[in-house]
Write a protein that binds this ligand. Structure first.
Ligand code: DHB
Ligand code: FE
Length: 253
């Protein structure tokens, strides 16, 4: 038996009971809630439902224990085994005319010293707001890659621009967000990062594009302007300059 599982489970049940008492929940309302969860399970949307409401809270708790760059939500679309890339992610032939970006920045330790040979997994959406290896049959090598930092801790890699993304909204989770809660299911355009370096604590982050209206109205509470990159261009290419300050890995006793 795990004391922690027992304690947390009891606290969840007590918190839900308190909400039910506060609102005098009726038996019909209780049945409707159970019915909604059954629909969510049948649509295989339990991970989506939990991520929409609770992923950001786990990130918030993790960030209390980090001194360097703050972490952001991972989202469901990271895939292992992305190719190592040099100066550009693979771009689909049909996207050749899309607007471009360059991702660049520095990885350092807490003292500001460069971290060489850090590996940054990056992944982002297509211009239709879909992810390779996940949606339709977009081959997984597109818009994903592992970038390595040089001896000064610098990285640089080009790609096309991602776009605002609408989480699946045709099922029960979309119905809950849009119809019952009067909200929406959009996320700002974003780049995902997962930074790994020897002796350092992993960092999962995101970057948003200044001017995107969903940054502060994000259906997944993705951290807002803290992760926004100011608008800047070089020869018409959007520059996404993002530095990462890594905490040391926890030393195990
Ligand atoms: C979802 C998709 C994302 O790309 C993301 O970053 C977060 C959440 C989603 O579909 O739930
Ligand atoms: Fe995403």
């Amino acid at each position: 038996m795990s004391d922690r599982v027992k304690t947390i489970t009891m606290d969840i049940v007590e918190a839900v009971r308190d909400v039910m008492r506060k609102h005098d929940v009726t038996f019909a309302e209780y049945r409707a809630g159970v019915g909604h969860l059954i629909k969510t399970q049948e649509a295989k949307e339990i991970p989506l439902l939990l991520d929409v409401f609770l992923n950001s809270t786990v990130v918030e708790i993790e960030n209390r224990q980090r001194d360097g760059s703050k972490a952001a939500i991972q989202g469901p679309y990271f895939r292992e085994g992305a190719p190592r890339v040099n100066d550009s992610l693979a771009i689909r032939p049909e996207d050749e005319d899309q607007p471009r970006m360059v991702m660049r920045g520095r990885v350092t330790d807490l003292g500001g010293s460069p971290v060489a040979d850090a590996v940054i997994d990056v992944w982002h959406s297509t211009p239709e707001g879909r992810y390779s290896g996940v949606h339709g049959n977009i081959p997984i090598e597109y818009y994903r890659g592992k970038i390595t930092t040089d001896e000064n801790g610098r990285y640089e890699c080009r790609s096309i621009l991602p776009v605002p993304y609408q989480i699946p909204n045709q099922g029960p989770t979309g119905e809950l967000l849009e119809k019952h809660m009067g909200g929406h299911s959009w996320r700002p355009a974003h780049i995902h990062y997962w930074v790994h370096a020897e002796g350092m604590r992993d960092l999962i982050s995101q970057a948003y594009f200044e001017g995107d209206k969903y940054i502060e109205d994000d259906s997944c509470n993705g951290g807002g302007t803290e992760f926004m990159v100011p608008e800047a261009y070089e020869d018409g290419v959007r520059v996404m300059e993002v530095d990462f300050r890594l905490d040391p890995a926890a030393v195990r006793a």
